[in-house]
Design a protein around this ligand. Structure first.
Ligand SMILES: Cc1cc2nc3c(=O)[nH]c(=O)nc-3n(C[C@H](O)[C@H](O)[C@H](O)COP(=O)(O)O)c2cc1C
Ligand code: SF4
Length: 518
C-alpha cells in the first residue's frame, strides 16, 4: 500500500527547509523500497512547528514537527510502523490546541489539500458557493453578501456587499474585479497562505464577484516578494480554465469570467486601492483623489470592485452556507471570522482564525503563549505599520473594528506584532514616521513634508532638545497628518506615533503613565 505524506511547500515552511525534508523522505522511502506519495500542501499556519509533516494513518492524519532532513528516516519509520512514541509525534493536527480552538471558515482547507489540484478542492467542499451563486440572480448574490455582514479584510472594513452593489448599479460596457494581494503590512501573511495553500477559494470568490456585478475580467495584483504564490496561482488559474470554473460559460452557464495575475514592484503605497489601479495600468503608483470612487471609475476608467484576498476568499463559504451561517459568528458590526496573524516576538507564531470578539490578551498571552524571549510582553502593534501600539492595560480590547477605532487603533489586516520589555518605543515611533517618509507617494503635503519633519521632531525629543515644545509640536503635526492627508498612509501614521507617545511616555523622557492593569 502506498503511504501518503503531506509536506508543506508554503514559503514559511520552505524557509525552514521543507524542500530538503521532502527530498530526504523520498530518499528514505526509496532505500527501504517503501511506496510513498508525497503531496506538497500549503501550511496549516502553526509556524513554530514547520516543517510539519503529516501522514495518513488509521485514525486520520498524524502530524510530526518540526521535522528536519536528518529526522526523515526515523519519522518515516514511525509512520510506517504506526509508532506514536517518536519525539516529534504530535498526534492529530486538529487536536493541537492552537488549531482545535479555531473556527476555520476561510482557511478550512489550508494545509490539507494539494493547492494545485481542483479535484482535491472539490472533494473538500470547494465549488459549492459558485454552484449556488449560479442558481441565484446576481442581485440575490449581492444581497447574500450584504446580509452576511462581511466587511473588507484589507484594512478599511468597508461593507463588501455595498461595494459590489455600487459596481452592479453602474452601467458600463466593461467592469473589472481586482484582487488586492499586495499584503505589505508588517506581520501579515494570511493572503500569502491562502494563495499558496488554497488558491481555488480565491478564484471561486472572484468568479462569484464577477457574476454578481457583471464583470468579465479579473486581475490579482500580487507583490513581487511572493514568487511561490504567483506560481501556484498561475497553475490554479490554468486548471480552473480547463474545468470551466473560469472562461466562457462558467460551469455551463451563460456567464463569462477570466483572470490574470499581475505582479507589483515593491511599493507599500501600491496596496492602497487607487495607486494599485495606477500600477495595474502601467503607471507609477500614485494615490488618486476620490471621487470618483473605483466602483464608478476604476481600472481603465471602468467600474471596478477592489477587494482584499481574504474578503474574496470568504465569499464561497458565505454563498455555500448562507449569510446567516456566516453572520452568526462575531460581535457588534464585526461579523464572521478574522484570520489573525501572530508575529514578532511570540512563542507560538501562526495564523489563528476565529470569530471577532476574542480579546487582545487572550490572543497574545493565551494563544500566542507570550514572548519567544520569555520576557514580559510590553507592547503589541496591531494592523501593520499604520496600526497603534497597545500596552498591556488595553489587553481587554476585543477584536472588533469599532472597539479598536475607539481606542485610537485599527484591526487592519489582522497582523499582530509582539514586543517584549526591551523595546524602545521612541525608536518605534521614529520608525513609523520614517516608514511614512520613505513610502509616501508624494501627492499631498501633510504626508510628503509632514513625515520628514516628523522624523526630525522625534529626533529632537529623543535628544532631549526642548522636549516639551517638541512634544507639543509632534502632537500638532500628527493632528494635521491625520485630518489633512489624502490617504491612510499619511492619515494613519499618527496612530503608531501617538500611541507610543501616549502609552509609553517614559521612553520619550516623560514620567511613566499609570497603567491600570499592568
Ligand atoms: C498605504 C495603504 C496600503 C494598503 N495596502 C493594502 C494591502 O496590501 N492589501 C489590501 O487588501 N488593502 C490594502 N490597503 C487598503 C486598500 O486601499 C483597500 O481598502 C482594500 O484593498 C479594499 O479591499 P477590502 O474592502 O476587501 O478590504 C491599503 C491602504 C493604504 C492606505
Ligand atoms: S497620504 Fe501620503 S501616500 Fe497618501 S496620497 Fe498623500 S502623499 Fe500619497
Amino acid at each position: 500500500m502506498t503511504l501518503r505524506l503531506f509536506v508543506p511547500a508554503d514559503a514559511g515552511a520552505l524557509a525552514v527547509g521543507s524542500d530538503e525534508v521532502a527530498r530526504a523522505l523520498q530518499v528514505a522511502a526509496d532505500r527501504r523500497k517503501a511506496a510513498v506519495e508525497i503531496v506538497r500542501t500549503g501550511s496549516r499556519g502553526l509556524y513554530w512547528l514547520e516543517p510539519m509533516v503529516e501522514v495518513v494513518a488509521a485514525p486520520g492524519r498524524i502530524a510530526y514537527g518540526p521535522v528536519t532532513a536528518a529526522d526523515a528516516e526515523s519519522v518515516l519509520e514511525a509512520a510506517l510502523g504506526g509508532d506514536d512514541k517518536h519525539p516529534l509525534h504530535l498526534g492529530k493536527p486538529e487536536g493541537i490546541d492552537f488549531l482545535q480552538t479555531q473556527t476555520r471558515l476561510t482557511f478550512a482547507r489550508c494545509g490539507i489539500v494539494d493547492p494545485r489540484s481542483l479535484d482535491d478542492y472539490c472533494t473538500h467542499d470547494g465549488g459549492k458557493g459558485l454552484g449556488r451563486a449560479l442558481q441565484m440572480s446576481p442581485a440575490s448574490v449581492i444581497e447574500e453578501v450584504t446580509q452576511s455582514g462581511l466587511r473588507g479584510r484589507g484594512g478599511a472594513g468597508f461593507p463588501t456587499g455595498i461595494k459590489w452593489k455600487t459596481v452592479a448599479d453602474t452601467a458600463a460596457d466593461q467592469k473589472y474585479i481586482v484582487c488586492n494581494a499586495d499584503e505589505g503590512d508588517s506581520g501579515s501573511y494570511a493572503d500569502r497562505m491562502i494563495m499558496e495553500g488554497d488558491p481555488f477559494v480565491l478564484i471561486e470568490g472572484m468568479a462569484i464577484a464577477g457574476i454578481a456585478v457583471g464583470a468579465t475580467q479579473g486581475f490579482i495584483y500580487v507583490r513581487s516578494e511572493y514568487p511561490h504564490a504567483i506560481s501556484v496561482l498561475n497553475d490554479a488559474i490554468h486548471a480552473a480554465r480547463r474545468s470551466s470554473m473560469l472562461g466562457r460559460n462558467i460551469a455551463g452557464s451563460p456567464f463569462m469570467f477570466d483572470l490574470e495575475v499581475r505582479v507589483g514592484a515593491g511599493a507599500y503605497v501600491c496596496g492602497e486601492e487607487t495607486s494599485l489601479l495606477d500600477s495595474l495600468e502601467g503607471k507609477r503608483g500614485v494615490v488618486r483623489a476620490k471621487p470618483p470612487l473605483p466602483a464608478h471609475k476604476g481600472l481603465f476608467g471602468k467600474p471596478t470592485v477592489i477587494n482584499n484576498v481574504l474578503s474574496l476568499a470568504s465569499i464561497p463559504i458565505i454563498l455555500a452556507k448562507g449569510a446567516t451561517f456566516y453572520r452568526d459568528f462575531g460581535m457588534g458590526r464585526s461579523r464572521g471570522t478574522m484570520p489573525i496573524q501572530l508575529a514578532g516576538n511570540v512563542k507560538y507564531p501562526g495564523l489563528y482564525e476565529t470569530a471577532f470578539g476574542i480579546t487582545l490578551g487572550e490572543l497574545v498571552d493565551g494563544i500566542g503563549g507570550g514572548t519567544r524571549s520569555g520576557r514580559p510582553v510590553r507592547a503589541v502593534q496591531v494592523g501593520g505599520p499604520l496600526g497603534a501600539y497597545f500596552p498591556r492595560s488595553l489587553f481587554h480590547l476585543p477584536f472588533d473594528y469599532e472597539a479598536f477605532a475607539k481606542a485610537e487603533g485599527l484591526i487592519g489586516h489582522g497582523g499582530v506584532v509582539v514586543f517584549d520589555n526591551t523595546v524602545d518605543m521612541a525608536k518605534q515611533a521614529r520608525f513609523a514616521m520614517e516608514f511614512c517618509a520613505i513610502e509616501s507617494c508624494g501627492k499631498c503635503t501633510p504626508c510628503r513634508v509632514g513625515s520628514t519633519r516628523g522624523v526630525e521632531v522625534i529626533d529632537r525629543i529623543i535628544r532631549n532638545d526642548n522636549r516639551a515644545d517638541n512634544t507639543a509640536l509632534l502632537e500638532d503635526l500628527c493632528h494635521t497628518m491625520k485630518f489633512g492627508s489624502l490617504c491612510a498612509l499619511g492619515g494613519f501614521t499618527p496612530y503608531p506615533v501617538m500611541s507610543a507617545l501616549t502609552h509609553f511616555p517614559e521612553d520619550f523622557g516623560a514620567p511613566p503613565k499609570l497603567q491600570a492593569a499592568e
